[in-house]
Ligand binder design. Sequence first.
Ligand SMILES: NC(=O)c1ccc[n+]([C@@H]2O[C@H](COP(=O)([O-])OP(=O)(O)OC[C@H]3O[C@@H](n4cnc5c(N)ncnc54)[C@H](O)[C@@H]3O)[C@@H](O)[C@H]2O)c1
Length: 434
Amino acid sequence: MRVAMIGTGYVGLVSGACFADFGHEVCCIDKDESKIERLRAGAMPIYEPGLETLVARNVEAGRLAFATEYGDAVREADAVFIAVGTPSRRGDGHADLTYVHAAAEELAPLMDGFTVVVTKSTVPVGTGDEIEAILRRARPEAQFAVVSNPEFLREGAAIEDFKRPDRVVVGIEDERARPVMAELYRPLNLNETPILFTDRRTSELIKYASNAFLAMKITFINEMADLCEAVGADVQSVARGIGLDKRIGPKFLHAGPGFGGSCFPKDTLGLVRTARDAGAPTRIIETVIDVNEARKQAMAARVAKALGGEVAGLTIGVLGLTFKPNTDDMREAPALALIPALQAMGATVHAYDPQGVAEARQLLRDVEFRTGPYEALAGADCAVIVTEWDEFRALDLDRVKAVMRRPLVVDLRNVYRPEELRPRGFTYVSVGRS
Ligand SMILES: NC(=O)c1ccc[n+]([C@@H]2O[C@H](COP(=O)([O-])OP(=O)(O)OC[C@H]3O[C@@H](n4cnc5c(N)ncnc54)[C@H](O)[C@@H]3O)[C@@H](O)[C@H]2O)c1
């Protein structure tokens, strides 16, 4: 199949490269010329494990190309994917569909022969209808079908997730799209991936419902962590104890500083907006958003409390800036709430992240970025582990203690166990454990 992928970000680039690896002929398009230039030169615009090799292999094989113009790629495509960003609209939390609409407007005049236009971006219920209307208005005579095919990959494990997903969801209104979508994902039949065909609105909603459910699960365990601290219980054991129940499952039950990232914050807001507009408010998810926001804000107070209530004039060494490990994505990262709050209380912040520093520099002020974990902790009165990169799981604790001014660790990801740190003379504060 010939595929045009509009939007070459975390989702578009990974999906495009994986479709090429399935054997399809793919052109990834982006308006960001510097991104396309870098890709053409063999450099990755994002950090994602395994991506560089995958892209190189498929470029080499002649199945993957990059462009800044829609032109031939869209004209020749059997399927045109829209994988552009859908950030929160300022003010009301509704998904901003500017980029989606612009992509539809631009591709409309180029469709040639029967074309399946697939929305991979996360979009509110009804967006497929809007795209169809845009295309129909521009090309009353054209043969096309608009499909919803939301993406569930996780940054940091994106290639594995795309190639071995739990399921593929496809929402169609026009039966002609079914064989095209089935053919695109045919290689997944090998590992018997369920492909759920449904109608377009249902498919659009499945994506939001999935993310909202996962965000709710995280928020639930975070509240249990607070309760554990208050009553002298251990949240790790609570998570294990409930997670072994197959009806609950063990995933997304890690207590921490609150969820961030490019999806959960905006998608929970988006779902709440859609639900309110439809007159069927989701009070649970509204609460999840409030609880999570308050939690992110509360993390600075937790650090201050560990320091005896006063951080003015002190130095905090922050380990980890990205919203999770194995990505350079800083969108809505808990570090973006924590660090300015500590600075506002008068602290000096030194920080280190294996991949996020370039992006963090654009988003944070007056932070001294260091080249490694020990450098970030040198002279610090407190270490705060914000992201659970593997690199922070096996620190040389004696060295940590030697370089710090005070042996105090606030571990917001429960990377360590109290029994590991306390006998070494550290004061150790974690989440949901007394
Ligand atoms: N990042 C994730 O983990 C993830 C997972 C699942 C779903 N999603 C969804 O996928 C969509 C894309 O997310 P992302 O993280 O890849 O975003 P991103 O910001 O990394 O990439 C979007 C890209 O689209 C390009 N673009 C914007 N308008 C364009 C246009 N008119 N024509 C061509 N290119 C255009 C931008 O330059 C950018 O490179 C969003 O709707 C998101 O919610 C993201």
